[in-house]
Design a protein around this ligand. Structure first.
Ligand code: PBG
Length: 329
């Protein structure tokens, strides 16, 4: 059968028909919303390169998370901006650290909101690297016990899931063992398995004050040119005990998401990162793009590529649009 018997446009004629044959939909329940938490009181500071995204002091969190939960967003991922940084990122695994306090504050206010924590030292080290630096080199094996300590202290504070993003070899296994030893056998690990050394993290580093003070992250994060290597990274993390694996960034790496989805059967997350968000915001502000349509298309493309979970700064606005639609119907 061929044209004129086959007419693809028949199913595109009506909204109802289009919705009936739609292959991919994004639901608010797929989304994770990042939150930047800092020391201090009554602070809500907008990040210049990420309009609509703020750094919050812990005391401002209850109000925020109540709203996030009301919008139907199931989970947040926490990033901490500590008061003090040092060579070994001590405040990352302090029970009175900013993320540990934030976890307790959120869990007290909205216990049902899933609290995920980013496990990485870069926000806590004076040099801004994701691990311990020895002779200007990030030392993999010296970093592992610190990451394990950090994950454990998040678990003890009440986190529901930990998400290591440092890209050290062997960290998923080290974290799994540390959690199990202390009885956190049910706490899942979402591993940033294929995390690339990307220019798209620029705005995040302003938000988290975590830019490296010398060099860059290319000795531990992946080369953007590689996809077979991503599959090896994912395989290793699954073998070490990762429950969910992540590809990051999302948009320039949709092919990586697809390859990972096809090869592995565990849940796949994608991180729609700060630079991807900033580009949309800048264009929308100038009236160059329709923000809602652009965001919907972006999130749909990430799901279509094979992600089950999307970590995105757009979550809140997307959820609000969905709620407006429901109200209108
Ligand atoms: C910490 C971390 C980074 C991001 C998430 N966790 C920054 C980096 O690796 O430099 C980036 C998130 C974003 O850009 O939105 N290592």
């Amino acid at each position: 059968m061929d044209f004129p018997e086959v007419r693809m446009r028949r199913l595109r004629r009506l909204d109802t028909l289009r919705s009936l044959v739609r292959e991919t939909t994004v639901d608010v329940s797929d989304l994770v919303y990042p939150l930047f938490v800092m020391e201090g009181r009554n602070i809500k500071t907008e990040i210049g390169s990420m309009p609509g995204i703020n750094q919050f002091s812990v005391d401002r969190l209850p109000r925020e998370v109540e709203e996030i939960a009301r919008l139907g967003i199931p989970a947040v991922i926490l990033f901490g901006i500590p008061e003090n940084k040092d060579e070994v990122g001590s405040s990352a695994y302090d029970s009175e650290g900013v993320v540990q306090k934030a976890i307790r504050a959120i869990k007290k206010e909205v216990p049902e909101l899933l609290v995920v924590t980013d496990v990485c030292l870069c926000e806590y080290t004076s040099h801004g690297h994701c691990g311990v630096v020895v002779d200007k080199v990030v030392d993999n094996d010296k970093t592992l016990p610190l990451l394990a300590k950090m994950a454990l202290s998040h678990a003890e504070a009440g986190a529901d899931m930990v998400a290591p993003s440092d890209m050290m070899d062997g960290r998923v296994g080290a974290i799994r063992r540390a959690l199990d030893e202390k009885g956190f056998i049910h706490l899942p690990i979402m591993s940033y398995a294929a995390k690339y050394a990307s220019a798209f993290y620029g705005p995040f580093r302003e938000a988290a004050q975590s830019a490296p003070q010398f060099g860059d992250r290319r000795s531990y994060q992946m080369d953007p040119a590689n996809v077979r290597e991503a599959l090896r990274e994912v395989q290793l993390d699954i073998d070490e005990g990762a429950d969910i694996i992540m590809v990051k960034p999302a948009l320039s790496y949709l092919d990586v998401i697809r390859r990972v989805r096809d090869r592995f059967d565990c849940p796949v997350a994608a991180y729609n990162v700060s630079g991807e968000y900033a580009m949309v915001k800048a264009a929308a502000k100038n009236g160059w793009l329709d923000e809602r349509r652009t965001v919907t298309e972006i999130l749909t493309s990430i799901k279509r590529a094979g992600a089950d979970i999307i970590i995105t700064y757009h979550a809140r606005e997307f959820a609000a649009w969905m709620q407006e639609d429901k109200g209108a119907r």
